[in-house]
Design a protein around this ligand. Structure first.
Ligand code: LLP
Length: 455
């Protein structure tokens, strides 16, 4: 469910007409719905409420400050994977106690920032406390974080990211929970890891983290992975380690086609019973609560955002019809990179062309197969291939649905196209939350070439 719908043949986001909006802000433009962000966050929150989890929005999926502020305002924490994402989370005022930090390549300066000592030139550098949790991905990383924490005399907490060797049944590029991916530590090595590092005076190893991949369209891989994690925790606790945090990562699906994704409740129905009784019993027996962390990105943001793009030219080449748009792989790379499906439809259509559902074959009459492509000088630059669409003419506006997650956050300036604008809609109000880049922005860091001292 989302707040993008056709009214009298014109696509609206909440109460704003998108054809009119695009005329004002130009294209390509990402548009987000605040009501949809809230709806998706709240559904997840409600579905998992028995566990009282910390829901950390995965900043990599959609990192616009206004989106983060909307979710942070509902009580969401943030899952970050870089110093830049951490800076964003801080800037919108997310308390450090609600920030977790994953990623296999944390640098020294990123670790220092996460311990509450950011560089002086960082926005919101005033914040001085360490984040809630480092999701540690290797022995070397534990050693580096603990050394830095000790040198700075700052106490921090860590969860070990384990690799459970569970197949999330998704694209190989976004599979992370199988052995032989670069993520986490083999679950078989986790006991030795705890033996070596638990009890460190500056970096408390007190949790287990797992993230399987994205999107994971069934709860089954979670059930399998959580089963393995709970057996590991039993083994760890049996020899005296204390586990205070279980972080089950993100990965829940989104509706790239209508009804494709399971509702949050379906994941919760499978996952909550595995954890609820057990954590309750542990609480009663020891007086210590185990915190559950979730790291959803896509399931909150994907259907809360669309990409608006203008058709520049319509061209026939060989047997194919091409719609050449002002957005392409530089604006939304998912189709080119993962062969991902995004439903695409004109924002303004005749009554018989209002789609009843978002699928490759929406079952309306008078469609023609088109390749929807961008301006980039690569054959791999496409948003859709062989897609059935109603009649489209140059100047028409197309909407690419389900683009709120891993859309703008993966956009590039390839072929020196400035990054698109971003708009956030809330009811009748539309706000530009990221200005369209200009050619001056494109070259700003290149104008003053400087000699490197000593070279
Ligand atoms: N936690 C960790 C440790 C992750 O690596 C990710 C995603 C998430 C949480 C959030 O996963 P989500 O709930 O959004 O599925 N660019 C790809 C997706 C890459 C996902 C990377 N990690 C795409 O466009 O499909």
């Amino acid at each position: 469910m989302d707040h993008f719908a056709y009214r009298d043949g014109r696509l609206c986001c909440e109460d704003v007409d998108l054809t009119g909006l695009a005329a004002r802000v130009k294209t390509p433009t990402y548009v987000y719905s605040a009501a949809t962000l809230r709806l998706h966050y709240q559904r997840l929150h409600q579905a998992f409420s028995t566990l009282d989890p910390l829901i950390c929005f995965s900043v990599k999926s959609c990192s616009n400050l206004s989106v983060l502020r909307t979710l942070g305002g509902l009580g969401a924490g943030m899952d970050v994977v870089s110093g830049g994402e951490l800076a964003r989370a801080r800037l919108v005022g997310v308390p450090p106690q609600r920030i977790v930090f994953a990623g296999v390549g944390k640098s020294e300066s990123e670790i220092i920032a996460a311990l509450g000592r950011p560089e002086d030139d960082e926005p919101a550098a005033g914040f001085r406390e360490p984040i809630a949790l480092f999701n540690v991905e290797s022995e070397g990383e534990f050693q580096l974080i603990s050394t830095i924490a000790e040198n700075l005399r700052i106490k921090a907490r860590a969860a070990l990211r384990v690799n459970p060797d569970v197949d999330p049944v998704t694209h190989s590029y976004t599979t992370t929970g199988k052995a032989e991916t670069k993520f986490g530590v083999d679950i078989a090595r986790a006991r030795d890891f705890f033996k070596s590092y638990d009890g460190h005076p500056w970096l408390k190893l007190c949790g287990v983290h797992v993230h399987l991949g994205s999107p994971v369209s069934s709860p089954q891989p979670y059930v399998e992975a959580i089963g393995k994690v709970l057996s590991l925790i039993d083994a760890l606790e049996a020899v005296g380690h204390r586990i205070e945090v279980i972080n089950i990562g993100g990965g829940f699906g989104a509706d790239y086609t209508s009804g494709q994704a399971l509702p949050a409740q379906a994941y919760a129905d499978a996952i909550v019973p595995l954890l609820a009784d057990r954590l309750e019993r542990k609480w009663t027996a020891t007086g210590r609560r185990t915190q559950v962390v979730l790291e959803p990105g896509r399931t909150i943001a994907a259907n809360a955002g669309v990409l608006l793009t203008r058709v520049q030219y319509v061209k026939t080449s060989g047997s194919k019809k091409f719609l050449i748009c002002d957005a392409g792989m530089h604006t939304l790379v998912r189709p080119a990179l993962y062969q991902a499906f995004h439903f695409i439809w004109p924002t303004s259509v005749a009554p018989q062309h209002v789609p009843a559902e978002r699928t490759a074959k929406p079952g309306v009459p008078g469609l023609e197969a088109c390749d929807v492509v961008g301006p980039i000088c690569e054959t791999g630059d496409f948003l859709a291939r062989g897609r059935d669409l109603p009649p489209v003419a140059p100047g028409d506006l197309l909407c690419v649905f389900g683009a709120g997650a891993y859309g703008m956050s993966m956009a590039s300036r390839y072929n020196s196209h400035p990054l698109p604008a971003e708009v956030l809609i809330d009811g009748t109000r539309a706000k530009i939350v990221r200005a369209r880049e200009t050619y001056a922005d494109l070259v700003a860091h290149e104008l003053n070439a400087q000699d490197i001292a000593g070279s």
